[in-house]
Ligand binder design. Structure first.
Ligand code: CDP
Length: 238
């Protein structure tokens, strides 16, 4: 059993990275860190305090000092965990269409990215980690043992996001979501600092026609093969 194992998962909005990452982490008994939550938290604070979401000077200290905690679910409403900023439960507040529309702006700011990246790297030192995001394999953890780049067509991704909102009893217009996803992809891929792109050594997974179970089984196989070729036979058991 490998004590230290780092897996990076990147990909565009709604590709299914979070569900996949959580399922893979559970099988590997690893901690799953969804870096998007941190950028969403910075965005939520900016909107709540009326701060300019494009102002790095104001937002990078916010990113460096915010009191963000991820704890076991405090309410049984379909959440996998509860997210607190100070003492406020923001679990669903981080997932509103307003945050979706705004989040790629603070995420493009170099100072905000530096502050978040530093915190993420610190977390990854702990033990077994599956980290999910946009730049994990390229910038945050370029030395990760295994890297995945997960994607799906924009239509599939918009439909999934609409299904998530419906499941929480919220209105969702697939065409609006599709527009918002395409805009966010363009901003995430086009920014100067840490743009969304696959690491050169990432394994690509197209998820349009895959169940999470099949995806996890495939990923486990890749993890085993990567570890086997990188080190001793003991690593067969992941
Ligand atoms: O769940 P979804 O894929 O829609 O988004 P997310 O993973 O929660 O990320 C939200 C936003 O945070 C992205 O659109 C990026 O703008 C930003 N992000 C980033 O820039 N770098 C990361 N490592 C993770 C997220």
């Amino acid at each position: 059993m490998n004590a230290h194992l780092v897996i990076a998962i990147d990909g565009p909005a709604g590709a299914g990275k979070s569900v996949f990452g959580a399922a893979l982490a559970s099988v590997l008994q690893a901690m799953c860190i969804d870096s998007g939550i941190v950028y969403r938290a910075v965005t939520w604070i900016a909107l709540a305090r009326g701060l300019d979401p494009d102002d790095d000077t104001t937002l990078s200290p916010v990113a460096a000092s915010m009191n963000l905690q991820i704890v076991p679910p405090t309410v049984q409403d379909g959440r996998q965990f509860t997210i607190l900023i100070d003492t406020e439960d923001v679990t669903w507040a981080l997932r509103t269409p307003e945050i979706d529309r705004t989040v790629s702006r603070p995420s493009a700011l170099p100072g905000v990215r530096r502050a978040v990246t530093e915190q993420l790297r610190h977390l990854a030192r702990e033990s077994r980690v599956v980290m999910v995001g946009r730049d994990i394999g390229t910038v945050v953890l370029p030395e990760a043992d295994v890297k995945f780049y997960v994607t799906a067509t924009p239509e599939t991704r918009a439909r999934r996001r609409a299904d998530e909102l419906h499941a929480r009893g919220q209105e969702a217009d697939v065409a609006d979501i599709l527009r918002s996803i395409i805009e966010r992809d363009a901003r995430d891929s086009g920014r100067a600092t840490a743009p969304l792109r696959p690491a050169h050594d990432a394994v690509h997974i197209e998820t349009d026609n895959l169940t999470v179970d099949v995806e996890v089984a495939f990923a486990l196989d890749v993890v085993k093969r990567c570890l086997r070729s990188a080190t001793a036979p003991e690593t067969n058991d992941v």
